[in-house]
Design a protein around this ligand. Structure first.
Ligand code: IMP
Length: 200
């Protein structure tokens, strides 16, 4: 028998994000496909607005149910920088650049935020958010994950950075898992009571 088509496609070029989200999707019994295209990003400081615009645009362009995510890394001592500019800062300054800016800084508090937006073709988008607080490490540690994972020590993670954790351990704490968890719960309870649009 032919496998059922995915109910939802995650618009992301980031293999790490897809790995984390698919692991959660499986737990909710949701078949998550992947649209490996870069999301169309509008100029905004609002993660929710960026994620919703990208989901709407991709659902209309690809004619399927799309989930899109926008995340940011906010460092207290840097007044929330890099925040919505995280992906640009990661590509330019990298993990080393943030460590450099944090040299000698006592307040190492930071947090991650994620906005997950879902849209079906010709429908309104829905958005779900999640966050996790922690601190910026003094050195990069670990080889797992992606992005700023080697320098972020989440609260409740026994002092390890996200990059020192397995996917499931990161998922137990992360901003992404909180936002996707809310989305999958909504999709499999509230949304599933009305007919979920079939994807071609
Ligand atoms: P994006 O714009 O949502 O793709 O994410 C912005 C940037 O934030 C990414 O390029 C990563 O560098 C960083 N980022 C987002 N989520 C995470 C995470 O879970 N761990 C580490 N870095 C992350």
């Amino acid at each position: 028998m032919k496998d059922a088509e995915p109910a939802v496609y995650f618009l992301t070029e980031n293999a790490g994000k897809y790995r984390e989200a698919s692991r959660l999707a499986a737990r909710f019994g949701v078949k998550l496909g992947r649209l490996s295209f870069s999301k169309q990003e509008i100029q905004s400081n609002d993660l929710t607005e960026i994620a919703m615009h990208a989901a709407r645009q991709a659902a209309s362009e690809h004619g399927c149910n799309v989930v899109s995510e926008d995340a940011g890394f906010f460092v207290d001592a840097l007044k929330g920088f890099p925040g919505p500019y995280s992906s640009y800062v990661y590509r330019t300054l990298g993990v080393g650049g943030i460590l450099k800016l944090m040299e000698g800084v006592k307040n190492r508090r930071a947090f991650f935020k994620a906005a997950v937006a879902y849209c079906e073709p010709r429908q309104h988008a829905h958005c779900f958010t999640g966050g996790v607080g922690g601190t910026v490490s003094k050195k990069a540690r670990g080889s797992g994950g992606f992005g700023f994972d080697p320098i972020f020590i989440p609260a409740g993670g026994e002092g390890r950075t996200f990059a020192e954790m397995s996917v499931d351990e990161k998922n137990a704490l992360s901003h992404r898992s909180k936002a996707f968890g809310k989305f999958f719960l909504w999709l499999t309870s509230v949304r599933s009571r009305v007919t979920l649009r079939q994807v071609k």
